[in-house]
Design a protein around this ligand. Structure first.
Ligand SMILES: CC(C)(COP(=O)(O)OP(=O)(O)OC[C@H]1O[C@@H](n2cnc3c(N)ncnc32)[C@H](O)[C@@H]1OP(=O)(O)O)[C@@H](O)C(=O)NCCC(=O)NCCS
Length: 145
């Protein structure tokens, strides 16, 4: 089920977060898709969004792992709303689990559209797991601090 919110016209223009989210989620990426990312209908390719989610999801694990990481698994993507050229996409991430060599994050993607009458729409979310790897590409332990 998509979440749609319509901030009031008097919403604080300096408030950069499009929706109120729990403080344990961090804004890790904001990007606007370009015409090159769209299909003939003007909608954005799902594969482009998935690539952005992978990039966004890697931000917190890369910090925690303090070194190289690789994506080992992504759970299902469900695209709840089409994304259009000109939508501003915001990616919010939350660390769900830190294992021995892996870190799982939850990423949510929101689109801001129609600035004159702003709408914020949740377009997708996914869980992604990243593994800390050494120079040989083998799993290594997540540093404790
Ligand atoms: C990432 C990689 C180094 C892990 O090596 P591996 O031998 O599969 O590692 P392991 O089986 O020991 O698992 C390592 C960690 O990943 C987790 N993991 C493995 N498969 C998983 C899956 N399908 N879902 C969630 N977690 C998974 C394990 O639970 C383990 O976590 P833990 O140490 O925190 O308990 C290896 O699979 C690889 O190189 N994959 C390709 C990565 C890549 O190129 N990604 C880009 C897209 S192609």
């Amino acid at each position: 089920m998509a979440e749609i919110s319509s901030p009031t016209p008097h919403a604080d223009a300096h408030h950069l977060s499009p929706v109120q989210l729990p403080g344990d989620r961090q804004l890790v990426l904001r990007v606007m898709p370009m015409p090159a990312d769209a299909n003939g209908n003007g909608d954005i390719f799902g594969g482009w969004i998935m690539a952005q989610v992978d990039l966004a999801g890697a931000v917190l694990p890369a910090r925690i792992a303090k070194g190289r990481i690789a994506t080992v698994a992504v759970n299902q993507f469900v695209f709840k709303q089409a994304v259009s050229v000109g939508d501003l996409l915001s990616f919010y991430a939350k660390v769900e689990r830190i294992g021995t060599t892996s870190i799982t994050v939850h990423v949510e993607v929101y689109a801001e559209r129609n600035p004159a009458n702003l709408q914020v729409v949740k377009v997708t979310e996914a869980n992604l797991t990243y593994v800390a790897i050494d120079m040989q590409g083998q799993p290594r332990k997540i540093p404790k601090d």
